[in-house]
Design a protein around this ligand. Sequence first.
Ligand code: ADP
Length: 548
Amino acid sequence: MRGLMQSQPLLISDLLTFAERFHGQVEIVSRRVEGDIHRYTFRDAARRARQVAYAIDAEALEFSDRVATLAWNGYRHVELYFGVSGSGRVLHTINPRLTPEQVRWMVRHAQDRVFCFELSFLPLVKAICAQCPSVERWVALCGQDKLPANTGIPNLVSYEAWIGGRSDAYTWPRFEEDTASSLCYTSGTSGDPKGVLYSHRSTVLHSFAVSMPDALCLSARDVVLPVVPMFHVNAWGLIYAAAAVGFKLVLPGPSLDGASVYELIEQEKVTMAAGVPTVWQMLLGHMQGRELRFSTLRRTVIGGAAVPPAMYAEFADRHGVEVIHAWGMTETSPVGTVATLNAAQMRLDPQEQRRLRLKQGHALFGVDMRIVDELGQELSWDGKAFGDLQVRGPWIISAYYSGGTCEYTDPHAALQDGWFATGDVATIDADGFMQITDRSKDVIKSGGEWISSVEIENVAMLHPAVAMAACIGIKHPKWDERPVIVVMRKPDMELSRDDILALFEGRVAKWQIPDDVLFVEEIPLGATGKVQKNKLRALCRDYVTWAA
Ligand code: ADP
């Protein structure tokens, strides 16, 4: 017997329709590329998203054709999020920090037909446009008055001219909820970029899940600043969640430096901000020297890399800001686990609570996880055994995008026995709290024992003069690999090799203490703000020669 409830596909356009009807007056505030602040409401965004849909129809795009964006977090990007996916096309968000070759590779792989870009990326677009034959329309995200003449880019139009003058009476089409909605390539820190193709269903379910109290606890009383870019796993789902929940959205544009982010938080009375640790490093660095305080910020969601304990302490103890540590990846939409505590855990002593909050946390309903050994045998949840982390659920990838219209993709190609292998190494404790000990390729194997590079980095970061630290394994004739810690000093601060090594005494086992400390001017970061350990390893190849 079937249930007798209404069956409606879960569609992204419904999020926006809901927003317009029930909290149409809620603001979306954006810092523009020009530096000024733009404000309007969800009602305005919905109206303009429908104009976007008409503009796309006018290009004669087929159902599921790709529209690329090379854009910061801002209101026009929001309109494209809903206008492109809502009309049944696929929004392909591209990371502007990639090289022109990588961007071109992705456009050709996805066979994007329309390409929307921030005017500041004009040189990049000029460099690639001749080699992107699938693109028939180039759209500069600006007003007609700002569009430069004689760019050499064919079929170039300003966004405002493209959507302006069109009707806003568009009726969103209804289609199957498993239809592709957006596309994001992994940044390639672990090999070639791979396309992850989200569906309307996965996106809407993920929006429900992240909003829940023991996830990101999003409410209509919040003012949320996604510093995490809209080109990086859909800004962790916060744009869609904003439409569903009705919180005020504050979008930082290209200005991610500490001073600009701080100014926006204070000016717009932000209550919750989300980003990767490197961004918060810049914000806290800006505040430290100036004795600045937050007047409204209550929570930060930090993910993408482990939260260093020193950063947690700075937010919690100095600023009274709750840190919500979350884990996920492009392949998981991205939120998989969150470190929020249950009633029994809240009765533990404060140190123990902090220890738990620094783990990556419990799964959200909709995500199942397990750890396995090399033979694929499940390991026990004792908080000690560590193995490869695998996940499954309705917003977890089943197969990578094979490009173009992707007609021949095996629907389970990325899975092993129905599970997706994350490439992370983790423990899970008896309460189901997961802790990443490393990425499988970053684990240091010394004398048959594994050393967690994350743990070593966390100890080094305890020193107030350390701006950033990264631990890598270097080849060793006897032990196979030994850890070395690469350190970037804070400007004008004294810091010696012995200062760093002294930190490890009593904090880690003797054999886990790094063999050496390497000071560098800069630690290379990838396109999503993560340390590029492959580059550091290349640097240290010389180091080994020198040491020998
Ligand atoms: P990539 O960096 O390969 O492009 P993602 O941006 O999707 O991919 O990053 C996913 C990876 O980031 C995870 O597999 C994990 O290694 C790391 N990661 C994400 N969140 C956390 C976290 N809270 N703690 C530790 N590592 C994390």
